[in-house]
Design a protein around this ligand. Sequence first.
Ligand code: SF4
Length: 326
Amino acid sequence: MSFTLELLKQGREALQQQHQSLETQKLYTLRIGNSGMYSEGKWYGQCPRRVIARYYGIQTEDTSGHRDSKFLMFDGGYTNEDSWVQLLTKAWRGNVLRETECEVNTYIQSAEAPVPLSGRPDILLTDKLNQPVVGFELKQVSSIWTARSVLVQGVPKLSHLCQALNYQILLKAPAYELWYTARTKYPNFKFFGKLLFETEGETAVPAHLLQHCEFNDKGSIKALHPFMSGYKMELVDGKLVVTQMTRDFVGEPQPTIITLEGIQDFWGEIVKCIKSDRLPEAPESVDVFGNRLSYKSCDYCDAACQAACQADPKELGDWLTHLNRA
Ligand code: SF4
């Protein structure tokens, strides 16, 4: 291995150890980063089984040959946040708080002992008196599928919105936004039978997306340029409504299936599962607007979790035992 790669490997191992020791301190704590919704007996967003595994300190991260690639992707997420902070600090006259400066900690009440719930919002802007003004949940776009969904189709991820809404409520922030940033140019080739854009011609592309497209001399879309696509969040009668924002464009408000009650019930039901050894079901495969997805969370779950679920355990304790063995 080259000298440089060896140095980076050692750095990664040291960072992982630091991460592990922080994880140990958060044992038996639920994380807002693993948010979802529970409504009418169904789970949405993050898989509740994985949320419980993390509560017990069981790492379910990818152990395949793509592990290093995933680390690069996570690094991209951190540098994305750095870039946002750099820009906001130049422009905002109040305070720009980062995750360690606006960490939230609360408890989910249960018939037995309350269960801690904590999380680190990405950025909170406060005024000069340190009162919350607006919070941002930031995601870096690392795949062409995500680019297609969050920009072209205007569909943010359900678990990301649930996470952001939890933060908004706990921070008592009057406004909150979820922002996707893509720092890569994506070609408009056919992947798995689908194009990035449903239509190819310049005239058929919605006006607000034209600014993000590069065309060839025949008028077909050649590539999608790096972009930012944000979603303003508003609670209307307990239901979340989102409005897409990109450069020079603000869309129409769209009601989602997410409710305030649903995101709060998610934690309450998780705690009930933990206390009663009940194994929760897998999450529904629907998007934020209730449309059925073409894939299931289980298809993209890591090998250890899949193996534990395929062993067909009946109770939570059995599933955790299978997971520990995997
Ligand atoms: S395989 Fe499916 S049900 Fe099992 S932990 Fe993963 S997402 Fe959840």
